[in-house]
Design a protein around this ligand. Structure first.
Ligand code: NAI
Ligand code: MG
Length: 354
């Protein structure tokens, strides 16, 4: 398979961990006889330094022409003083919007070797394997009007969804459940919100097209509780923008470290953007100790969701699992009796298993 991949390393540890992901993708290409070509472009603070803006037109163009995009991280105190309109983070929001990436997929994988790195009890998180699908370009974060009124003494935000916006994200939920464990939990607040009642109606309609998927509706408050009291009951969760933002951060405590979590931002067809959930970690940038597993697992997601290469994705995930089982870990993971290593050694350990 021939694929053109755009790499956006960004700032801070983004540049260090990008090299890890690239090496892993090259190893997979060699092993499975694929031809991946890579093109690097600037985004965030890196782009401010080179071009004076966080999202140059040539970066957008390259992303539009790519088969998939892998991003490191953006941001850092260095650019705090430039100007409020020239922020590294604007590069990230801008590229998601420019590409129409409406679905954010966050798999929450509980690696067995990391069970005791979570603050939750081992018997609670054991066996949990959740995919959270958050709507990313609509809902409360984008609805109009959004403004101050009454001389600034009242404020309004709008939770607006169209049928089309709900249908496409709900479909993503059903499609994902179908290729996983065939269980979809739709999270809403239908006892109070009209937009949630429309959401629930559409889920019911769509359910008829997916008789093989078992559907459950949960109110968001109950979902928040169940996520940490019985996470193993979930398979795929689909929800609107704000609920998904909160629930996915809550669920990240199941995994032990922010440095482990991958994510994908996709649309129905066309290019997808893959990135670790963490930021540019300015406190450890340049020290060679960043955990590369979040971006390596993001590369696996890219193979699965953009290229349909499930076997290759599983190969990467198994290699990561094997390294963790072997005791390899970076400093961010609170593991007692392992081999603590840096970014390059951790990457080499993964490459060895591949
Ligand atoms: P952060 O995720 O960069 O760091 C939070 C803490 O986790 C830090 O102590 C950091 O050292 C640690 N950490 C994060 N990733 C790690 C990894 N791979 N290995 C080891 N330790 C890791 O979040 P923070 O400090 O709130 O933000 C720093 C900058 O990153 C800010 O400018 C922020 O806006 C930006 N940011 C960018 C994101 C992105 O590019 N997607 C997401 C979140 C924040
Ligand atoms: Mg958030």
């Amino acid at each position: 398979m021939k694929k053109q991949i755009v790499l956006l390393p960004g700032d801070g540890i983004g540049r260090e961990i990008m090299e890890s992901a690239k090496a892993v993708l090259e190893a997979i290409a060699k092993k499975y006889n694929h031809e991946f070509t890579f093109e690097k472009h600037a985004i965030g603070g890196d782009a401010i330094d080179q071009h004076g803006i966080p999202l140059p037109e040539e970066t957008v163009q390259a992303c539009q022409n790519a088969d998939a995009i892998l991003l490191g991280a953006v941001g850092g105190p260095k650019w705090d003083t430039v100007s409020p309109n020239i922020r590294p983070e604007k590069g990230l929001l801008g590229i998601r919007k420019a590409l129409g990436l409406f679905a954010n997929l966050r798999p929450i994988l509980g690696f067995k070797a990391l069970l005791h790195a979570s603050p939750l009890k081992q018997e609670i998180i054991e066996g949990s394997d959740i995919l959270i699908i958050r709507e990313l370009t609509g809902g409360l974060y984008f609805g109009e009007p959004r403004e101050r009124r009454d001389n600034g003494n009242s404020a309004v935000d709008t939770l607006l969804y169209t049928r089309e916006e709900i249908e496409r994200i709900v479909e993503k939920g059903f499609e994902s459940a179908r290729i996983r464990n065939k269980h979809l939990t739709s999270v809403d607040k239908a006892n109070v919100l009209e937009s949630s009642r429309l959401w629930r109606e559409i889920v019911e309609e769509k359910a008829k097209e997916y008789p093989d998927v078992q559907v459950e509706h949960l109110l968001v408050d109950a979902a928040a509780m169940k996520l940490i009291t019985s996470p193993s009951q979930f398979d795929v969760i689909v929800t609107e923008n704000l609920f998904g933002d909160i629930l996915s951060d809550e669920a990240s405590v199941l995994t032990g470290s922010l440095g482990m979590l991958p994510s994908a931002s996709v649309r129905t067809d066309g290019v997808g953007l893959y990135e670790p959930v963490h930021g540019s970690a300015p406190d450890i940038a340049g020290k060679g100790i960043a955990n590369p597993l979040g971006i390596i697992l993001s590369a696996a997601l890219m193979l699965r969701h953009s290229f349909g290469l499930d076997e290759e994705a599983k190969e990467i995930e198994s290699a990561v699992n094997a390294c963790l089982e072997e005791g390899y870990h970076t400093a961010d993971l609170a593991i007692k009796n392992g081999h603590q290593v840096g970014t390059i050694e951790m990457t080499n350990a993964v490459l060895e298993y591949l």
